[in-house]
Ligand binder design. Structure first.
Ligand code: ZN
Length: 283
């Protein structure tokens, strides 16, 4: 199943099945969910039991899609997780995952603006497959890790390089956590629809050019390994998000570097999930 959230012009929030830019509201299928429901708490079986819509129940997707996951407790991100991307940034190939995070205030949905901060001149794009956790997970072995995943969505790890690199302590947090720096969407695709995430194509289109094009087969640390590693340290809860890293082709590695400008349009496209487009605007 693929599911999305959207907002009506009166502010009301609704959940719907999602297919290629079309939606079928769950209420049309006789499924009642309150507007503030968090579907990540319902478990994989709830999604499997959803009715299949008739062809004529699909309608054009509304203008305002919201992040498909409303309220994750954690947004965890993995850095330098594609071998070629680590090389293009001049970094060593990591021997253990590079982990950082974003605050919840970074989250936005498909179509929402990426706000380019006044205080940065080097905002960059990063297309990423995002894992959505479906069950409470602590000390999970890699061989069992897939059982803890609810599904996947497209994510954009927007990054202000001038706040990510060379700042005191070497931390990446500030450069990664400006408001609007984590668009996700357009939908959450559950594991029954995308059972094997180990070789899916991940692309970033910047305006009309494809600037990143790789597959998750290039991950240095695959998704089960990441879950095993992270759950040694933190308990993952339903709805928690893991951004799994970005392929080569980021703007900072171009000659000369190509950073995001007002009016640019970024589209993350992931095989089996869909496309997440966000325009850029000045703060
Ligand atoms: Zn990233």
């Amino acid at each position: 199943m693929a599911i999305c959230r959207y907002q009506h012009s009166d502010g009301n929030i609704e959940h719907a099945l999602y297919r290629d830019g079309q939606v079928c509201p769950l209420r049309q299928l006789g499924v009642e969910l309150s507007s503030d429901a968090d579907v990540t708490q319902l478990g994989n079986a709830w999604f499997r039991d959803l009715p299949i819509p008739q062809e004529d129940q699909w309608v054009r997707s509304p203008a305002r899609l919201l992040p498909p996951v409303a309220n994750p407790q954690k947004i965890i991100c993995i850095g330098l997780n594609y071998r070629d991307h680590a090389i293009e940034t001049g970094s060593e190939i990591p021997t253990e995952p590079v982990v950082f995070n974003k605050f919840l205030s970074t989250l936005s949905g498909a179509g929402d603006a990426i706000v380019l901060p006044k205080v940065s001149k080097e905002v960059d794009y990063e297309a990423e497959l995002v894992v959505v956790i479906g069950r409470t997970a602590k000390h999970v072995a890699a061989k069992d890790a897939m059982d803890y995943i609810l599904g996947y969505t497209c994510g954009h790890d927007v990054s202000a390089r001038d706040w990510q690199k060379g700042r005191p302590g070497g931390q990446w947090l500030l450069g990664k956590t400006f408001d609007t720096f984590a668009p996700i969407g357009p939908c959450l695709v559950t594991t029954d629809e995308l059972p094997d995430p180990s070789n899916v194509r991940v692309r970033m289109h910047l305006n009309d050019a494809t600037v990143q094009d790789s597959t998750t087969a290039q991950l240095i640390f695959d998704i089960p390994t990441l879950i095993e590693h992270l759950t040694q340290i933190v308990t993952l809860h339903p709805g928690d998000l893991i951004f799994t890293g970005t392929p080569p082709g980021v703007g900072a590695a171009m000659q000369p570097p190509r950073f995001l400008q007002p009016g640019d349009r970024c589209t993350v496209e992931i095989e089996g999930i869909g496309s997440l487009t966000n325009p850029c605007e000045a703060e």
